[in-house]
Design a protein around this ligand. Sequence first.
Ligand SMILES: [Zn+2]
Length: 479
Amino acid sequence: MKSLCIAALLPLIVANAAPADIVSEADLRGHIAVLASDAFEGRAPGTEGETKTIHYIADQFARVGLSQGSGTQGWFQPVKLIERTPRTAGYSFTRQGKPIAVDASNFVLRASAARTEIEKAPLIFLGYGNNSKGLDPAGAVAMILQEAPDGSDYRVRRNAVLRRGAKAVIGIVAADFDFDALERTMLAPVTVLAPGVDSGAEGMMTLEAASALAFEAGKDVSALIEDAAQPGYAGVALGIQADLKIGTDVRAFESHNVIGKVAGRDPKAGAIMLTAHWDHLGLCREEGAADRICNGAIDNASGVALLIETARHLAHGPKPRRSIYFMATTAEERGLLGALGFIADPLLPRADIRAVLNADTVAVAGKGATIAVIGKGTVLDPFIARAAAVVGRKVDPDGDADIMVQRQDGWAFAREKIPAVMIGGTFSDMALAQKYLQSTYHGPDDALTDTLDLGGAADDATLHVVLARMLANAADLGG
Ligand SMILES: [Zn+2]
């Protein structure tokens, strides 16, 4: 019996982080309450909400004992962004001087430059736009079919035609396509890292619009589509002249990553990084709506709270071997732009970054949840297993959560072959994660309530403390 008792006690001893490493729910809640408050207006980059957010984070980094991590720039790494908002689009099609009516509800246009004017360009049909030896699109407005039978990516085919010199590419969507939804996406603002490439002019039209144009050219659109399926289809000029005039609001502005660090004792051992995006969607509903603010409590005030509290626990005690960087990134919601901006100007050699732990949307699962690893298969796997054992949690053996891998900042590092993972309870139960993604996610109701369960977030924060300390001191992590 005795030995049995000892055996029964063992998991308890092993399955506990040191009390000093345990992050409290109350501390996380305090940060989320500030970051997700209406006063922060949904934390949109380049707004008053950004100013409040980045100063709150820098202030917290200083309070918990981090030093400034952005070199000569203190806490803030500037990230130059360009936001493009489609404003106006005019077009006309004529054949032998006779105008052809194309209804505006069947046609949408956008361009990357502030003003794009295309005059008297020949309109050509290029099938799927995948035959580089076909009709030369230089100087033309090219129509291509959006959906290819081989499933090839439309954007790749579109860009190839633009590179061959087309003035604009217009995709023809299938008859059953939700064109209204596509139009909304096409006309939404797009943000890119400055200086931004000129991606030319592009449009989309319904099959009905394509059919009207083909008809005036004496052709039947179904016959054209059938022809396009022939191997080596070269395309056809329609004898139609296209005039397009597109206006875009182009706003250049500066946003910021907030970076703090704990200096390591061995400069040759490289560094590890913890990241969490601070930005969210800002004012996300029309003026006059009852609630216009997307507060982003779970996405991702929770991750920033984890970052700050993890920093508090790692800033004290014996100096780690490697430096530990804490980076709250901007513009994740606009395409991981803050993380990509850091990668473009990394402040430390990329090869010195031995591990990245990204935290996004951590307040979904409850206490003790199984740990999902997004970005499995790196040198970090055995460390994650050891840290999980220390905190007494299981690691999800399947790779289901990896469907999220490109939708989080860790991807900006992973695609550069830097070991980067996102670990935590949220995505180990995909049914629970989907429940969140299909309800309050990216809406005004992702706000802090008294009932928001932060048990899982606190557990994830403790896991990050244990794992980050392990990685910062490990002998077998390169360097
Ligand atoms: Zn989001």
